[in-house]
Design a protein. Structure first.
Length: 223
């Protein structure tokens, strides 16, 4: 009697006679390349997917950063046009708080320090200059300017030791040598060290890049 179990495993055969093809076989690749892709193509696709996600994330983050920087710059420009000091200070405070990591946010903080100094609030001015200085990168071109403002405020407050340290740093900073020497001389003169002060003033007059105002003040102190 014939075996009626025609669907036994032994009787099952592929319709094409046993040959099996895939996408890579149809590309007519060299056997070694086809074998490599058969083994690794899933890993390759996963890696490509990760790269695509990283690129898209980076692109979107850059767009976000650029957009925030533009918004901060526009708001800073509008704030600086406000004639009322109180309104300007409020606008600058909002910019400094909301966009603290942008260039405009840092400028807003520096301008707040200027406003406090002009208003006679030297303590707030000094604190804000110090905060601004700490937020600026070492190579930021604004650091010497902020450092000079801070040194001047500290000197006005009678905190000469701290001011003198900043002036000494400025005396070694390109473009600010004359400012640092003049400030150092003024503190030394106030302490009664006349000869040391005059030496600082003489050094100012020897600076080839000294601003005219600083040079004039040094010459007046030497008379």
């Amino acid at each position: 009697m014939a075996d009626k179990k025609i669907f036994q495993p032994g009787n099952l055969k592929p319709a094409d006679g046993g040959s099996r093809t895939n996408f890579f076989d149809e590309l007519n690749l060299p056997p070694s390349a086809a074998e490599f892709l058969n083994v690794w193509y899933r890993h390759i696709l996963a890696a490509v997917g990760v790269v695509v996600v990283v690129i898209l994330t980076w692109s979107l983050s850059q767009q976000f950063v650029t957009s925030r920087a533009e918004q901060a710059s526009q708001q800073l420009s509008a704030a600086m046009q406000l004639a009322d000091p109180a309104a300007r200070a409020q606008a600058l405070e909002e910019i400094a708080s909301s966009y603290s990591r942008t260039g405009a946010g840092l400028w807003g903080r520096i301008e707040l320090a200027h406003l406090a100094r002009n208003a006679g609030d030297l303590e707030t001015a000094a604190q804000t200059y110090e905060e601004s200085l700490g937020a600026l990168a070492r190579q930021d071109a604004r650091r010497p300017m902020v450092k000079l403002s801070l040194a001047q405020v500290l000197s006005e407050m009678g905190r000469d030791d701290q001011a003198l340290e900043y002036y000494r740093e400025l005396a070694e900073t390109k473009g600010f040598e004359a400012w640092g020497l003049l400030g150092s001389g003024d503190i030394l003169a106030r302490r009664g060290d006349t000869e040391a002060a005059r030496e600082k003033y003489r050094q100012v007059t020897e600076q080839t890049n000294a601003p005219y105002l600083v040079l004039e003040q040094a010459e007046l102190r030497l008379r």
